[in-house]
Write a protein that binds this ligand. Structure first.
Ligand code: AMP
Ligand code: MG
Length: 492
């Protein structure tokens, strides 16, 4: 079936110094692992054509479809706090953009598509395990209602990629509202290329924050918009127990989507210091640090925009500082709203955030499973303490839960509509999250025996995360001690 992709490539119309035009590097023997048919449909793409040999050739980087304007984008970034003036797409190629049935413009990017001038020491390739992890977790986040990049497809390359051991190579087709990062602004700002920062800003405003164009100070309105979306996004992560793992400024998308799923994971037994990434030795990106790191990254963005916010340095700084200060309030509001919903509280009361924070600290002190605690609270909202056994069992010291539950029930009693409370909780507390041991199980089967059945099953379970199903109850439970995955490796 002929492949006709209605590309409309805005980024490729930006000046030449924003990227290097180049095609992906072909691979030996492409094989389709998975095509995301619902996403293809949403994007107005012909799913059957994408599954044809010609389609798979494109998804592997072996053929460039008509209308594509392939490029590797330039960006910089702070990695674990250290400045890297040049990162860029070292193993990714943006094929182009399409406008979907929903009117949304999306990038189509191949990740793992070979070396580029930005590869530095890397081989430009991706391995199957991290490709499947990104596919699974991105789709899970989407189903959970979290803004995220998504996987359109995964293919294996028929090539071996050497990491800590030889592993099967793969290419992920990633779809994002754009791949503009905080680090993209930093790339130009660090070079003193004010004109490029302005060009990038205009592009990003038109694409993601059109309302900012009508504001008296568009650069400031843009900054405020990015801050608002990041505050809301990171509050969603906290409410799900999601740990990104590599919140470098090059991994923070201007669109407000979660991007670059590397050593990310969901928490099982809760602890604020929880870290999974094997390279995060100091715990910089631990669960409890994510909100603060979000602000740190936004300060880096603000610095890039200062000269555009006001000609007068002091005025620019004041305005940017006020916007940055607003992050904390925006985050706290979003956090309180998310946790109020998790506790079934429809109205806001003074002590609600403290009540939620107290539960989290009791969970941490007692090794309670993050997702199961809130999932079981769904049921407990309609019953009394006499039926709390399943919840109490999650706490090393069940009395720690009892003391909290008394206060929670007293607070719930001040709500007027129990059905509404229950509905809130059912939408806020998932039954199924991509538990690390399940992700690992899917990866191991695919890598070892080429068996993609566990990957498919897990995707199907996670597509409907809020509805309990008897036949998939096993996916609710935390790992047994021997199944616990302590570290996830960086997405290279
Ligand atoms: P990441 O840790 O995936 O966010 O990537 C950080 C930087 O390293 C980006 O510039 C990537 O393009 C680059 N990079 C990561 N892995 C590879 C690889 N295998 N080959 C070339 N560049 C890579
Ligand atoms: Mg990255």
């Amino acid at each position: 079936m002929p492949l006709a992709i209605p590309f409309d490539n805005a980024y490729a119309r930006l000046p030449e110094r924003f990227y290097v035009r180049m095609a992906p590097e072909p691979v030996a023997a492409p094989r389709l692992v998975k095509l995301n048919r619902p996403l293809a449909d949403l994007m107005g793409l012909d799913a059957d054509a994408l599954e044809s040999a010609e389609g798979v050739a494109m998804l592997a980087g072996n053929a460039t479809p008509a209308g594509a304007a392939p490029l590797a984008a330039a960006y910089a970034g702070h990695q674990f706090g250290g400045w890297s003036p040049q990162l860029g797409d070292g193993r990714a190629i943006l094929l182009g953009e399409v406008i979907g049935r929903d009117g949304v413009r999306r990038d189509i990017q191949l990740k793992g598509s070979g070396r580029t001038p930005f590869s530095r020491m890397g081989d430009g390739r991706a391995v199957l395990g991290p490709v499947l992890r990104e596919y699974i977790v991105g789709e899970a986040m989407h189903a959970l209602g979290v803004p995220t990049t998504r996987a359109l497809a995964a293919v294996t390359t028929g090539e071996i990629v050497v990491r800590e051991r030889p592993l099967p190579g793969a290419v992920l087709t990633r779809v994002a509202q754009s791949h503009i990062r905080v680090g993209t602004f930093q790339f130009f700002a660090a070079r003193g290329d004010r004109e490029a920062v302005k060009t990038l800003l205009d592009h990003a405003i038109a694409r993601h924050y059109p309302e900012a164009a009508d504001s008296p100070n568009p650069p400031l309105a843009f900054l405020e918009g990015v801050i608002a979306r990041q505050a809301a996004l990171i509050a969603r992560w906290q409410a799900l127990g999601f740990i990104h793992g590599v919140m470098n400024t090059d991994n923070m998308a201007i669109s407000g989507e979660t991007i670059d799923y590397g050593p990310c994971a969901f928490i099982d037994d809760h602890h604020p210091d929880r870290v999974f990434s094997s390279i995060d030795h100091g715990g910089r990106y631990a669960y409890a640090n994510q909100p603060g790191i979000g602000q740190w990254n936004l300060v880096r963005l603000a610095q890039c925009l200062l000269p555009l916010i006001d000609e007068d340095d002091a005025k620019a700084l004041d305005a940017a500082q006020a916007a940055i200060d607003g992050y904390i309030a925006a985050f706290e509001t979003a956090w309180a709203a998310a946790f109020r919903a998790k506790l079934g509280l429809a109205r806001a009361e003074e002590g609600d955030a403290a009540l939620a924070a107290d539960l989290l600290s009791r969970m941490a002190a007692n090794g309670a499973d993050f997702t199961l605690t809130f999932r079981r609270l769904r049921d407990a909202s309609l019953s009394g303490p006499e039926d709390d056994a399943p919840l109490r069992a999650l706490f090393a010291d069940p009395a720690a839960f009892d003391a909290w539950a008394d206060r929670w029930r007293a607070r719930l009693a001040r709500e007027s509509d129990p059905a509404e409370c229950r509905a809130l909780m059912a939408r806020a507390n998932p039954v199924y999250i991509p538990r690390n041991h399940r992700v690992q199980e899917a990866i191991a089967a695919a890598e070892g025996a080429g068996d993609f059945a566990p990957f498919e099953r897990l995707l199907a379970v996670l597509a409907e995360p809020f509805t309990p199903r008897d036949e998939t109850a096993a996916y609710e439970t935390p790992p047994r001690p021997e199944e616990v995955v302590r570290a996830t490796f960086c997405g290279t």
